[in-house]
Design a binder for this molecule. Sequence first.
Ligand code: SIN
Ligand code: MN
Length: 272
Amino acid sequence: MEKYLEQTKQQGFCIVENIFPSFYVDMINKSIDNYLLESHDGIVYEKNTSIVRAIHGLHLFDPFFMELAKTNFLLDFAREYLSDDIYIHQYKINMKAAMDGQSWPWHQDYVYWKEGDYIESPRLINIAVALDDIPMLSGPLCFIPGSHRFGDLTKNNDLVAGDWSKDVSANLTYQIDKKVLTPLIENHGYEFVVCKAGDLIIFDPQLAHSSSNNLSPFERRLLLVNYNAVSNAPTKKSKRPAFLSSVDFSPLSNNPCKSKDDQHVMEVNEND
Ligand code: SIN
Ligand code: MN
């Protein structure tokens, strides 16, 4: 755990390999397929298509997804990183469908939560679970190491906030523009996160990131849980719906039966 905390503090992200075994990843994927059989608020589509781009707020509708976010390793990491009790601010699955899934342009996450949801400080953390193998062809996440240290990289842009649906589209509201991105990449480079199903990708909400279209014939599903420190909960009501911005700030607690439930999680060596 220490190693991953340190990497996330230093470079803004880390990869924890092989956390969920394949039977459990299969179970998650089947639960998503079942979830999509019914209509729910928070499902968004690729522009002008019926292809699902992302599903938001699943933990509000289905206890299976809530339990997943309470897996010990995820909770412990988020609590340690934020030095506080935590709650789920946002929960989503980016579907990035085979051949048809569209890009996420360069952006940081926190600006959406500050401008849209009135969260005062970037004391949040993203923990993503790869639900498919993610090779280069599938449009993996791409990070600029260390960019989480530079504050809001969009603050000089002339951006007008729109309807919430723009915040989750391939034409994102708050993008990092070319003149800011150029020196960042020249000085810090970039790193594609190719990984395997069951791996975790943990990243700070100020980290600059993007991902391109899925050019492969395989799905690229990524489940993302965003935890906020309880002491950083907003004091003003969000402009956005609850499936994008939680209204329940009560601290998550480990389920008392959790050690049994956590049999679906591979052991993380404490010395790692
Ligand atoms: C992606 O799923 O590739 C983008 C995730 C994000 O922007 O947080
Ligand atoms: Mn993002």
